[in-house]
Design a protein. Structure first.
Length: 396
């Protein structure tokens, strides 16, 4: 079965000096327009008035006619309009209680990017030309675009390490639902091992940040000694950013390989609904939890399951997967983190992580079958036990 999937293909490119200058101006103008529109909408909000996208678009036209903001005419108008659309989306998410109030973009900290729609670029014979540019971008084609497909949106960005990227949004007809299978797996996330499967397999935690921790600390010490705003300070900051980028790239590549394999091999994947945002408040484990990237793992797993016709079930975070015996269902009173192997009163010996993954799988199957909860038995009477479950199904 073929699904209509919009997929972004991201490539690095090497701009000429003129292209880099033009894109840098565009980034600055996009940030300026976004901040001015946000300020106008915030002022209107204090007066209990609401400003729509069409009103901010009219404001942009008026701003271009002023002497102070005439430089906005020097760049393509499409990225500026897209910035206003992004602001409108941010406000829609705020009013829908899906996000916080939009924040102003910072020249130093915010992501440098500009979005072009079909009217502002031309893609022909493998060459991409953006508006206001006479030469095509020198793209490093690490993989081909789907045959016969043209991008509908192009986003150009520059990261903190100084690398340039172009992202092309296309319809990917090559994504099809995989043949259905009866295979199901429970997945328990951890730190000693990145993932433990209900089959007993344990996936090693690569600990990418730890591998470069010494080099990162050295680069940060050198940055701290540089004068802020100086040329040497900029070089030192970029070196720190390159190390961070190398860590993030390795982590992302590893997660892509793991999630792709899991989705291809299993029809149903059961995970735990972890609140990583709260877990990183633990000072002792914050660095290790952030390096494990559990949120990114779940995001990849869910969108790939949607692509290939798989089902992801998220079991509530309060489900006692580690303390529950997968053999008899008895719930233990306590289970400290340092206990990795334990024996139930029924005589079953458990590996803590494998047992948790098996319990997650059983809970996920119960949800998939009838949507019912599971009420485990406590070894001591008088305690209340219940399990809340949350299902996240991705249908095409």
């Amino acid at each position: 079965m073929t699904t209509h999937v919009k997929r972004a293909f991201k490539y690095r490119f090497c701009p000429t000096d003129a292209q880099a200058a033009e894109l840098s101006r565009t980034f600055g103008c996009v940030r300026k327009v976004y901040n001015m529109a946000l300020a106008a909408r915030t002022e209107a909000w204090t007066r209990q008035e609401r400003v729509s996208y069409n009103q901010t678009s009219a404001m942009l036209t008026a701003w271009k006619k002023t002497g102070e903001l005439a430089y906005l005419n020097e760049v393509s108008s499409v990225p500026l309009q897209q910035a206003l659309r992004h602001l409108q989306t941010a406000f829609a998410n705020f009013f829908g209680k899906r996000a916080k109030y939009p924040r102003f973009k910072s020249r130093k900290k915010s992501r440098k990017s500009a979005e072009y729609t079909t009217s502002a670029f031309r893609f022909r014979d493998g060459e991409l030309r953006l508006a206001k540019m006479s030469e095509p971008l020198r793209i490093v084609w690490s993989r081909p675009l789907p045959e016969g497909v043209n991008p509908s949106t192009v986003t150009v960005s520059q990261d903190a390490a100084g690398r340039w990227f172009v992202s092309m949004l296309c319809d990917d007809p090559g994504i099809r639902h995989l043949p259905a299978t009866d295979a199901a797996v429970g997945i328990d996330a951890g730190l000693d091992h990145l993932l433990t499967l209900s089959t007993g397999e344990k996936i090693t935690n690569p600990r990418h940040e730890r591998r470069d921790r010494a080099a990162l600390a050295k680069a940060q010490r050198r940055l701290a000694k540089k004068e802020k705003g100086s040329a040497n300070g900029i070089k030192a900051r970029r070196k720190v950013a390159r190390i961070h980028a190398r860590i993030a790239d390795r982590r992302r590549d590893s997660l892509h390989q793991i999630t792709t394999r899991l989705v291809r091999e299993n029809q149903t994947l059961v995970i735990e609904d972890l609140t990583v945002r709260n877990m990183v408040k633990n000072r002792k484990l914050a660095r290790a939890i952030s390096d494990a990237a559990w949120s990114e793992f779940r995001s990849m797993l869910e969108y790939k399951a949607q692509w290939y016709g798989r089902v992801v079930i998220a079991v509530d975070r309060w489900f006692p997967s580690s303390k529950l015996c997968s053999a008899c269902g008895i719930l233990q009173n306590e289970m400290p983190l340092n206990v990795r192997m334990w024996t139930c009163d029924c005589g079953a010996a458990h590996d803590r992580d494998v047992n948790a993954a098996q319990n997650l799988l059983a809970a996920g199957r119960a949800v998939a079958a009838c949507g019912a909860g599971v009420r485990p038995q406590r070894s001591s009477p008088g305690g209340q036990s219940a399990m809340k479950q949350e299902v996240s199904r991705r249908e095409p």
